[in-house]
Design a protein around this ligand. Structure first.
Ligand code: CUA
Length: 335
């Protein structure tokens, strides 16, 4: 693979479709340009002034013509809209189950990658082929954008929230990672490599980089370090809700809302507890961790809290009871 190529490799399941849509837009654009320029030139020639005394007849429009040149472009645009929307939702909605979760923090000017098993890398990402990989993206400082041209995927990394990015790599190799949003002096240096490996090679790679501790174990240490454990007593009545089987489940809040405890909910609850007071608990007794903990630490805590739920506790859309009411939250204060 060269340093530069007009068309990067196609190395993900969606790359082909993105290229097809791109080709469609390009062909429509080129054909329309040719047709329009042809008629501009043709009519300019046909209706040129042949005789200084000739006065053409005035024309007052044509309804059929108006309809034809409105409806045809409209239908072509609808195809673009429908196709683009389908691809957009397909590419930006990660599968709910069985994803390989990897955590990426953008920081001026590097990408820090953490794996659930505890491996860490900077400006390098290793993934297997044939497996849906879900990246949770966070920014430590300013707006960045995570871009892997070979996967035809790009996603802004917004400070203060989690963004998700998913792909399934198809072709082993090494491909560029870029930052695609101007983020300061060394924006152009904020790049790296994604290495796509066969599942077997990937297992070997994971084993060889054997880390001391999984992300969840590191998160548990932080959980103890910050004293979370004194109130969030596991499986018992503490001053704060137990965190067992919280991730991926519905939570009832003091203000009447019922929300899913996903990564974003946990993040906000740690940084600013009063925003998400859980029904039956006082949120104001919990310290505010905004500014106390960095994004990497937060991700470790969240992976730890995730590990307290069943292995299949992926966030799901809330399901209402048949009568339209909200089912009881899993996280309720025990009597
Ligand atoms: Cu980060 Cu540009």
């Amino acid at each position: 693979m060269g340093i530069f190529s007009i068309f990067p490799d196609r190395a993900s399941t969606t790359a082909g479709e993105v290229d097809a849509l791109y080709a469609f837009l390009l062909v429509v654009g080129i054909v329309m340009t040719i047709v329009i320029f042809f008629f501009v030139a043709f009519f300019a020639f046909k209706y040129r002034r042949k005789d200084p005394y000739y006065r053409p007849k005035a024309i007052h429009g044509s309804l059929p013509l108006e309809i034809v040149w409105s409806v045809i472009p409209f239908l072509v645009m609808l195809v673009m809209f429908a196709w683009g929307t389908k691809l957009y939702f397909q590419n930006y909605t990660p599968p709910r189950k069985d994803t390989l979760d990897i955590y990426v923090v953008g920081k001026q000017w590097m990408w820090k990658v953490q794996y659930p098993d505890g491996q860490r890398e900077i400006d390098e990402l290793h993934v297997p082929t044939g497996r849906a990989v879900k990246l949770t993206l966070a920014s430590e400082d300013v707006l960045h954008s995570f871009y892997i041209p070979a996967f035809r995927l790009k996603h802004d990394v917004v400070p203060g929230s989690y963004e998700t990015y998913w792909f399934e790599a198809t072709k082993p190799g090494r491909y560029h990672i870029f930052c695609a949003e101007y983020c300061g002096t060394n924006h152009s240096e904020m790049k790296g490599w994604v290495t796509v490996m066969s599942p077997n090679d990937y297992q070997d790679w994971l084993r060889n980089g054997a880390p001391e501790e999984s992300m969840a174990a590191q998160g548990q240490k932080l959980f103890d370090h910050y004293g979370c454990v004194t109130c969030h007593v596991t499986d018992q009545q503490g001053r704060a809700p137990s965190l067992t089987n919280v991730f991926g489940h519905l939570v009832q809040l003091e203000d009447g809302r019922t929300v899913i405890a996903d990564e974003a909910f946990l993040r906000e609850s740690i940084l600013n507890p009063s925003a998400n007071a859980v029904k039956g608990y006082q949120a104001n007794i919990m310290p505010v961790f905004q500014g106390q903990i960095n994004e990497e630490g937060l991700l470790k805590l969240i992976v730890y809290i995730k590990s307290l739920s069943g292995p299949n506790a992926a966030p799901e859309a809330p399901r209402l009871n048949p009568d339209g009411s909200v089912p009881p939250a899993k996280l309720v204060q025990k009597q």
